[in-house]
Write a protein that binds this ligand. Sequence first.
Ligand code: NAP
Length: 278
Amino acid sequence: MELIDGKLISQQIKDECKERCAKLKAEGKEPALAVILVGSDPASSIYVNNKKKACEYVGIKSLSYELPEETTEAELLKLIDGLNRDDSVTGILVQLPLPKQINEDAVIRAISPKKDVDGFHVENVGALCVGEPGFVSCTPAGIIQLLKRSNVDIAGKNCVVIGRSNIVGKPMALLMLRENATVTICHSKTADLKGICKQADILIVAIGKPRFINSEYVKEGAVVIDVGIHRDENNKMCGDVDFDDVKDHVSKITPVPGGVGPMTIAMLMNNVIEAKER
Ligand code: NAP
């Protein structure tokens, strides 16, 4: 069994971004990311801080907007409108989830697709669907990098994606299809999940349930990508995959932590640089 090292690969990507950023700056083009946080959810604050730190490392200017919990949708939309019009702003990121008085879909649609570095806007999702250039959701884009940089052949392989969320499962399946895998998407209504997963050469798990996938779901020698992030009853981090149970049956696997997690921010940095390069 070989571990797919997301820490190492994400560092490589951030270092490549740093070089590209220096080149842009030398041409007088400074990339800037506007990060909007509404409210004071502790997990969201940590994510936002990590994104700012990554910007600092790469050399991207980060503009921070911390709005109170009671911010209205109209106020947030007005801020986004201003940032859309501001040529010095390369990318706009609104940290989700938003407080309940704000409609997330309306907010995502308000961000200019050219500045939608999270890749959530319908225009970018549509571009991915029809094979045109656009921004791709960072977590699935990061998983493609993990596979490629770990020398996993994708073309012609049976890939099973568990989960069909708009930010992970669906774009993941489309990206694997773009890489010429034969793709199956599973969800909570799937009949015979075990049987289908057992066919997978590459199994990508984004089910949102701690240690749900054990060796009964995994074909001998498969590559397993674990998207889940949880804390178990002992406050230990774990994924959607029961790592200890499957590790002797796989050829390659991502650990939690240190697998998919660090890739999301690295790909965000990549998207901001790409937005400025375009
Ligand atoms: P989500 O929106 O909750 O989606 C979970 C998916 O799993 C849904 O499509 C659901 O099916 C499916 N599912 C639930 N129970 C199932 C079952 N028993 N059998 C088969 N499918 C089942 O979650 P998400 O946002 O995609 O995230 C998934 C996981 O990845 C979470 O643990 C999350 O914390 C983690 N995550 C990590 C990162 C990262 O940076 N590493 C980023 C995003 C998310 P239905 O559609 O039928 O309900």
